[in-house]
Design a protein around this ligand. Structure first.
Ligand code: SF4
Length: 82
């Protein structure tokens, strides 16, 4: 299994930065004033990384289903450059 993008809903302040950078993956739920992930396992990695780095709350993370030792290989297989 590959990495899954997740947003810490407790930390998200609903600023919309992630959606503006990578609308293919992130969407702002205006009713909840929180961002949601609409495509957790795909999308342009460079924009996902930029969104992660630009989030003022650092609330965008990648959840891994396998042990950490395999993360690098899986990320490369998925096209991630982290
Ligand atoms: S950039 Fe961070 S704080 Fe802003 S909406 Fe996205 S997840 Fe929430």
């Amino acid at each position: 299994m590959l990495g899954k993008i997740v947003i810490d809903q407790e930390e998200c302040i609903g600023c919309g930065t992630c959606e503006s950078i990578c609308p293919q993956v992130f969407r702002l739920d205006e009713d909840a004033a929180k961002a949601v992930v609409i495509m957790a396992r795909g999308g342009p990695s460079e924009y996902i990384e930029e969104a992660m780095e630009s989030c003022p709350q650092e609330s965008i993370q990648i959840s891994w289903a396998r042990r950490p030792a395999r993360q690098s290989t899986e990320m490369e297989a998925f096209g991630w450059q982290m």
